[in-house]
Design a binder for this molecule. Structure first.
Ligand code: ADP
Ligand code: MG
Length: 227
């Protein structure tokens, strides 16, 4: 089964006559276990597409099936259910400053009521080891480097075993070397754990991690939509 299947997806901002489409009838699929990059100039609609796939905004027109759930016409509860099966990584790590690295990662497991606090913290610890910063589990985010913080964000996105990982410009706040290392780490873990990853990026230095690169321009896919 594909992780993502988008058909004739159109999206507009604004109302009525003034509403101009920012996505024009997109077709796109991402197979299970693929690592796909989405590139394109600023304003081409990449973030809009990513937020639709992640169930962060309502589908207006067309079809968007994510992990087997049709998001077109889905209510908020159905979107929340999809969001819980997705791991998100953003440009800014979005870690909570008053929690340790380990607590930030453990928070992603709170949706699973069957886990005890101890189990959540243990899994967070294991995931921080997997991203190479096990010794920073008890550190506050403010004391970590940008690359370390983004590793915590990767641990948080992976710890609940998501069917899909969505990342929006994850290297934008990092220097080139750190950004490349961090994304190669994400790619390695994704392949080991057979996760599907969809990354929006401007960064040509991480193109080598992709199974496939999709290019967008002015709300249209111009290259690479299908495997
Ligand atoms: P990208 O991520 O490729 O830079 P976006 O998806 O953020 O592109 O934006 C695509 C277009 O939609 C741009 O013209 C942007 O100005 C517009 N846009 C994005 N978000 C909103 C919004 N919340 N309201 C109105 N217009 C928006
Ligand atoms: Mg964007």
């Amino acid at each position: 089964m594909d992780a993502v299947r988008v058909c004739a997806l159109t999206h507009r901002f604004g109302d009525g006559e003034a509403a101009k489409p920012v996505l024009h009838g997109l077709d796109l699929r991402v197979g299970a276990g693929e690592v796909v990059l989405l590139t394109g100039p600023s304003g081409s609609g990449k973030t809009t597409l990513l937020t639709l796939i992640g169930g962060l905004r309502a589908v207006q027109e067309g079809s968007c099936v994510v992990l087997g759930t049709e998001l077109a016409g889905a209510d908020e509860a159905a979107r929340v259910a999809v969001r819980r099966r997705v791991g998100f990584i953003f440009q800014h790590h979005n870690l909570l400053g008053f929690l340790t690295a380990q607590q930030n990662v453990a928070m992603a497991l709170e949706v699973d009521a069957s886990l005890s606090e101890r189990e959540r913290l243990d899994r967070a610890d294991a995931m921080l080891h997997a991203v190479g910063i096990g010794e920073k589990a008890r550190a506050d985010p403010a004391t970590l480097s940008g690359g370390q913080r983004q590793r915590v964000a990767i641990a948080r996105a992976l710890v609940h075993g998501p069917g899909l990982i969505l990342a929006d410009e994850p290297t934008a706040a990092l220097d080139g070397k750190t950004g490349g290392e961090t994304m190669r780490l994400l790619q390695r873990l994704a392949k080991e754990q057979r996760r599907t990853v969809f990354i929006v990026t401007h960064d040509p230095r991480i193109h080598d991690i992709a199974d496939r690169i999709i290019a967008m321009e002015d709300g249209r896919i111009v290259e690479g939509a299908h495997a």
